[in-house]
Design a protein around this ligand. Structure first.
Ligand code: HEM
Length: 510
């Protein structure tokens, strides 16, 4: 009996020792990798919170070590487990092949409740109406005339005078803020038929304009912080939730008076043609008896706000990173300049402008540079989906219905197995087809900056035109120099702005 006891002790001792060694080994091997430790009760949350200040970089590190897909396990009972992926095969499956199984879903709507019944939150019938109407507006030939006029008008009366002012003073300034004001004025003009004039020398404070930048960081936090906690924060009105509440008020105050009211005859009388987005949506609302959660005014406000989100932050963010990348790679700047001069035949003529969309299409190298900026810094850094039925992804991962999937667009562009060993280099050439000098097509599951499948961005064409007009004008007239020592890193938010802005100094080209 005594011998049996000794044997038992020995076995228990050896088993415990074995478990300890195994744990130590797993821990040590994890320490050389970035994967967060899965602790009892709190799950992987501590590791994620510890890296939240560099969320996109961290997700990319973990995903590339795990072959592109990773299951995050949150604290027990909080229901925030989620699958992260940047695997192109999974992206193709989720966004295109099995699209009907992946609506935005109720979770997405909760996180982005600020967008109400706008297109980004909508699913099924409401989404189809939004998409059809917005698409017909953006592809109408009148729209391109409107777009070129408003973009050029803003370059001439807003952007150039402001840049001249800073250049003349020799002062450094935040180029990102200038681009945000440019796109804000432009999108307001296109959506609300109203130019708020935020881009002028005084740089006036307009609460709605600032509210866009302020709200994107809290929206990322809602993805990782358990719902009960952010709801408690909202109830107590502090921190990120207070910021979101203030942003909502600023949006309401700015947009409500500028969407058409049902019985506002006076306002409608000023509308002299039918090609106004809000007017079109008002008609659609009445004709389709749209089942929205508020009244028509609320619906129009949500519609306008989504379009403004779509048009302000995306293009300004892409332009910001383009200028940072070009400043870091001076030889690309020389090539862009050369292309402007040869393709637009403007050498020696400082007063030039685009005359039509065709001209902007000639700038293939600049187009490639913008694609590189979008690949390395996709303005919409991630997408959130939730399957309505159980599913198995091409990577072999199982998904339960209503579970959460985060697709990291930021990480796809930085995967060696997708973009090769030089994936972190800025190379506009990789987008040019060497046989004909045209832009090379890249499947959207490898390059999802504009989303993929039926919900692909419908403003892509418009965005490229606007960005080329701005980039070509600035590069042609100024040498842009980065302010030394100013930190540049992506913001930990759903929109990948530069965290501390982009401080630059300009000198005029002679
Ligand atoms: C560089 C510029 C742009 C980028 C990178 C971009 C990217 C994207 C992405 C990733 C989505 C999917 C978002 C989601 O479903 O949650 C999207 C959707 C959308 N974008 Fe863009 N966008 C850009 C510019 C624009 C512009 C200028 C407009 C015009 C107002 C626009 C209009 C839209 C609309 C209406 C949708 C919703 C499509 C749908 O759900 O069916 N975008 N965009």
């Amino acid at each position: 009996m005594a011998i049996l006891h000794d044997m038992d002790f020995l076995l228990i001792f050896l088993s415990l020792g074995g478990i300890f060694v195994l744990c130590l080994y797993r821990r040590m091997s994890r320490e050389t990798r970035s994967e967060p430790t899965n602790w009892p009760v709190v799950g992987m949350l501590p590791g994620v919170l510890q890296n939240l200040h560099r969320a996109h970089e961290y997700a990319t590190q973990v995903l590339s070590e795990c072959g592109g897909t990773y299951v995050f396990e949150g604290p027990w009972f909080f229901n925030i487990d989620m699958l992260f992926t940047c695997d192109p095969a999974n992206i193709h499956h989720i966004f295109s092949k099995n699209f009907p199984n992946y609506p935005k879903g109720p979770q997405f709507r909760k996180i982005f409740e600020i967008l109400g019944d706008g297109i980004f939150n909508a699913d099924y019938e409401l989404w189809e109406i939004h998409r059809r109407v917005t698409l017909s507006f953006l592809t109408n030939s009148n729209f391109y005339i409107l777009l070129l006029n408003s973009a050029w008008g803003k370059v001439e009366t807003g952007l150039m005078p402001v840049l001249d002012h800073f250049c003349g003073q020799g002062k450094d300034f935040d180029l990102q803020e200038i681009f945000q004001r440019f796109t804000f004025d432009n999108i307001c003009k296109l959506v609300l038929d109203y130019d708020p004039g935020s881009l002028c020398i005084d740089l006036p404070y307009i609460p709605c304009e600032k509210a866009f930048s302020n709200s994107v960081e809290p929206l990322l936090h809602r993805h990782v912080v358990p719902e009960r906690i952010w709801k408690l924060q909202r109830w107590m009105n502090f921190g990120n939730e207070k910021t979101l509440d203030e942003a909502k008020k600023a949006f309401d105050e700015f947009i409500f008076p500028r969407v058409f009211l049902k019985d506002d005859k006076e306002q409608e009388d000023h509308i002299d043609d039918d090609f106004k987005l809000m007017k079109i949506f008002k008609k659609v609302y009445e004709e389709n008896k749209i089942d929205s959660s508020g009244d028509m005014r609320e619906f129009l406000k949500d519609t306008a706000l989504s379009s403004m989100f779509a048009g302000r932050d995306t293009t300004s963010t892409c332009l910001t990173w383009l200028f940072w990348l070009v400043a870091k790679n001076p030889c690309t700047e020389a090539k862009i300049l050369q292309e402007i001069e040869t393709e637009l035949k403007i050498k020696g003529d400082s007063c030039w402008r685009f005359f039509d969309v065709e001209e902007s299409r000639k700038l293939a190298y600049l187009h490639g540079a913008l694609c590189e900026s979008l690949r390395l810094f996709p303005p919409v850094a991630l997408e959130h989906k939730s399957p309505i039925h159980d599913d198995i992804l091409p990577s072999g991962h199982r998904l339960r219905k209503n579970s959460k999937v985060i697709i990291s667009f930021y990480s796809v562009g930085r995967m060696e197995k997708v973009w090769g060993k030089d994936c972190l280099d800025f190379k506009p050439e990789r987008w040019i087809n060497s046989a004909n000098g045209r832009i090379r097509h890249e499947p959207s599951y490898n390059f999802p900056a504009f989303n993929a499948g039926p919900r692909t961005c419908i403003g892509k064409e418009m965005a490229f035109i606007q960005m080329k007009v701005v980039a070509a004008s600035v590069i042609y007239h100024y040498r842009v120099e980065l302010v030394e020592g100013h930190p540049v890193a992506p913001l930990d938010s759903v929109i990948l702005q530069a965290k501390h802005g982009l401080r630059v100094r300009l000198t005029k080209r002679t």
